[in-house]
Design a protein around this ligand. Structure first.
Ligand code: ZN
Ligand code: ZN
Length: 174
């Protein structure tokens, strides 16, 4: 009996660690999970983008919020993000291109996220095609959200925290 329980425990651990990462880059435990757990940080914009996709797929909403540009986080609609994450079944991520150095602190990732909208009850796959921009701030990458209403003028300090004027920093990329 003890053996049987031990065996069951072993099997369930095994299944968890060998779960495929939603982003498609191997096993979750060796891919996006260490980022979601803050044990590691994304080394580049593509890795951050992948981990944000996986976070959507696994409904890790805090991770989505925390990896958005510092000055934009307060404007994010947590409920809407959670809804979008839950109402879709995330099928596959395709990274089309990664331009790691638009300048010293900005990068671009073009991707296609394949999903089914569960609310509409359809089995048809949709594609969300996006060109996203990312900013490096104090060795961490952040997503620049182009959909947020920016309450900022060109002369104010940038939303990324760089201390530069917005105009001379992230404004060029969102
Ligand atoms: Zn991954
Ligand atoms: Zn900036």
């Amino acid at each position: 009996m003890v053996f049987a329980q031990g065996y069951f425990f072993y099997v369930s651990i095994e299944m968890t660690s060998s779960q495929h990462c939603p982003c498609g880059h191997g096993q979750y435990a060796a891919c996006c999970q260490p980022l979601h757990l803050k044990q590691q940080f994304a080394q580049n914009a593509e890795q951050l983008m992948r981990s944000r996709y996986s976070a959507f797929a696994l409904q890790q909403i805090d991770y989505i919020l925390e990896t958005t540009a510092l000055g934009q986080q307060a404007a994010l609609d947590r409920v809407a993000i959670a809804d979008w994450s839950q109402s879709n079944q995330w099928l596959k991520l395709e990274v089309v291109q990664h331009q790691p150095k638009l300048d010293k602190t900005h990068a671009l990732v073009e991707f296609k996220a394949h999903y089914c909208d569960q609310n509409q009850g359809d089995k048809q796959a949709h594609i969300h095609h996006e060109i996203s921009h990312f900013v490096l701030h104090q060795q961490h990458w952040y997503f620049l959200d182009p959909t947020l209403d920016l309450q900022i003028t060109m002369k104010q300090p940038c939303i990324c925290g760089s201390g530069k004027k917005f105009k001379q920093c992230c404004a060029q990329f969102i």
